[in-house]
Ligand binder design. Structure first.
Ligand SMILES: Nc1ncnc2c1ncn2[C@@H]1O[C@H](COP(=O)(O)OP(=O)(O)OP(=O)(O)O)[C@@H](O)[C@H]1O
Ligand SMILES: [Mg+2]
Length: 575
């Protein structure tokens, strides 16, 4: 585990080394104190030497203070190193996620990523801290206490020298059983988190379908499962306690029995006996600490692996070594493109050949699930083609510098959302240095200004998480404006006007036609009206291009197109 963590601990190297040193000093004072105590009793009090008692007493206080300071200091440094390491590893994981492709996110899933970056990272930090303290303190305390005991009275020390293997055995037997349970527990936590996150993110859906009960049941089932596993694990650990106490008390009994005899015949001081008992309890404490530590360690090593997986997952979308740094124009070409989603067998796009000239308006239409969204996601390389190639400005998209390519493309995803902040901060996603005039111009172009201008605080109007304080149509217009602010060469609108009314849709189309000259505009739409003026309309059907042409041409030659058109005309006639 620590080999894997090494790069993240590096920054706290000095802390990580200082903390154990101080720890050892603290242990040393813990060990010497009982011995001084024994001396006070056996030499000072027994001999009636007041001076000696005061001298040793002061030394004891001094040592206790020293031990306390070292202990506090080492805790402080240990915590800094532990939680610092957690922060470092979290940072690395977060940075890695930023480079993920859509396929990576499909695979690791957002809820699991969140659990890993929070719960798992927290545990790793805690155990790193414990490793610097407990894992060092316990063995040292044990070894020193043993040495002292042997030194004071070797024969008596044999008693707990005999007990230690028994304790160690109990520890091993129980941990063997507990470790797999703790690993299991981590997985169950993941399952609970997954259901909580999914149900909360979809709380509006859950409520509108009256699925609260089912949602609660799904949660309860996993919650119960986690509880049961946790109880099983804890029960095992709890079983460890009585065993330990039993052995330790038997030990103390023997020590008192034999030690008592020794004190009576005068071969041992009563102070020594007290110190002896103190050492026994220190050894027991150390064993407790070690078992706690092992438990946490096994949980944390599972967490470490989960975090390392996040960090080491690299986007399969790689950049070339000598990427093209400029997008010449907004033309787009699909050449013999085939595509399937990673992990799925069937082709989602098949044999696609298309050419969009720079500045053209392209309409894409087709039944739901006909791969329209998938098709356009190939252009900014959200996914890579399986076969064939997609070219932008005459260059294969895989040959571009990714940032350059994506800067040239304004993409409004089908389920795009706004990010919490203000309207202005959302618009700045398109361009950090955009001025208010430019924002307002984009808002006007997308018919969003008509409602934004009514807000008293205008561009400073608050946007809640996911843009939930806007209507569907308002959100769509804002997301289009955000894409326009990038001043892209290609603008892709995936079903982006589905929620705006017909009249606004018509105004939007008019402003696109007049204001977006020179920008290749690709519009995916459900309504024929949204695309009928396009230079080229593509009809998709089951992952293939069914037909392409202008509105009039398609009415002539495409049955699918005619069907869509007719059904919508009828719909209009009825309403
Ligand atoms: N991330 C994904 N992983 C696996 N399969 C996917 C993924 N996204 C879409 N699909 C599948 O690919 C097919 C095409 O989906 P796509 O979203 O491209 O359709 P669409 O034409 O945009 O539909 P709609 O009009 O409903 O938006 C569907 O069968 C869908 O199940
Ligand atoms: Mg779609």
């Amino acid at each position: 585990m620590f080999r894997k963590l090494a790069p993240y601990i590096k920054k706290y190297k000095v802390y990580a080394m200082l903390s154990p040193i101080m720890m050892v000093l603290e242990v040393a004072s813990d060990i010497v104190i009982p011995m001084l105590m024994a001396k006070i009793v056996d030499v000072g009090i027994a001999g009636g030497d007041g001076q000696y008692v005061i001298k040793m007493g002061l030394l004891m206080i001094g040592l206790a203070l020293f031990g306390g300071i070292m202990g506090t200091w080492s805790s402080h440094i240990g915590a800094t190193a532990g939680f610092g390491t957690a922060a470092e590893i979290r940072k690395a994981a977060y940075a890695s996620i930023q480079g993920y492709s859509f396929a990576n996110i499909d695979k690791l899933s957002a809820p699991s990523l969140i659990t890993r970056l929070t719960t798992d990272a927290e545990l790793v930090g805690q155990v790193t801290m414990m490793s610097l303290r407990m894992a060092i303190r316990a063995p040292f305390l044990m070894i020193f206490a043993l040495i002292m005991a042997l030194y004071m009275n070797a024969r008596l020390a044999l008693i707990f020298l005999g007990a230690i293997p028994v304790l160690a055995l109990a520890l091993v037997v129980i941990l063997r059983k507990a470790v797999p349970l703790f690993k299991l527990m981590q997985e169950k936590i993941d399952r609970v988190n997954a259901v909580v996150q999914e149900q909360l993110a979809g709380i509006r859906v859950v409520k509108s379908f009256n699925r609260q009960k089912e949602s609660k049941d799904a949660f309860m089932e996993r919650n119960r499962d986690l509880r049961d596993t946790a109880i099983r694990a804890i029960n095992l650990i709890v079983a460890l306690m009585p065993v330990m106490f039993l052995v330790v008390y038997i030990c103390i009994l023997f020590v008192l029995w034999f030690g008592g005899k020794m004190v009576m015949v005068g071969t041992m001081g009563s102070g020594d006996l007290i110190a002896f008992i103190t050492y026994i309890s220190q050894i027991m404490m150390a064993l407790m600490m070690l078992s706690m530590y092992f438990m946490m360690y096994t949980r944390a090593s599972a967490s470490t692996n989960r975090l390392i997986e996040v960090i080491e997952t690299k986007s399969e979308i790689k950049e070339r070594t000598n990427p093209v740094k400029e997008v010449k124009d907004g033309s787009v070409a699909f050449e013999n493109v085939n595509f399937k989603y990673p992990g799925y067998r069937e082709n989602i796009l098949e044999d696609i050949n298309l050419l969009f000239e720079g500045g053209q308006t392209i309409g894409i239409i087709g039944s739901t699930g006909s791969s329209k969204s998938t098709l356009v996601q190939m252009i900014p390389r959200l996914y890579d083609v399986a076969e064939g190639s997609v070219k932008v400005g005459g260059v294969d998209v895989r040959d571009y510098d990714m940032t350059v390519l994506r800067d040239a493309i304004g993409f409004v995803l089908q389920n795009n959302t706004l990010i919490s902040g203000t309207i202005r901060s959302n618009m700045q996603w398109g361009d950090e240095h955009v001025t208010d005039e430019e924002i307002i111009r984009a808002l006007k172009q997308t018919q969003a200004w008509e409602f934004v201008s009514q807000y008293e605080d205008g561009l400073d109007h608050r946007v809640e998480q996911g843009g939930n304080n806007f209507s569907g149509g308002q959100k769509q217009r804002l997301t289009i404006a955000r894409a326009l602010i990038k001043q892209p060469k290609i603008l892709i609108l995936d079903d982006s006007t589905s929620a705006v009314d017909m009249a606004t849709d018509a105004k939007l189309r008019h402003s696109f036609r007049t204001e977006l000259k020179g920008i290749t505009t690709i519009i995916i739409a459900q309504r024929v009206a949204s695309i009928r003026d396009a230079d080229q309309i593509i009809v998709m059907e089951e992952g293939k291009v069914d037909a392409l042409g202008t509105h009039e041409e398609l009415l002539e030659k495409s049955e699918v197109y005619r069907e869509i058109y007719d059904s919508q005309q009828k719909g209009l006639a009825v309403s």
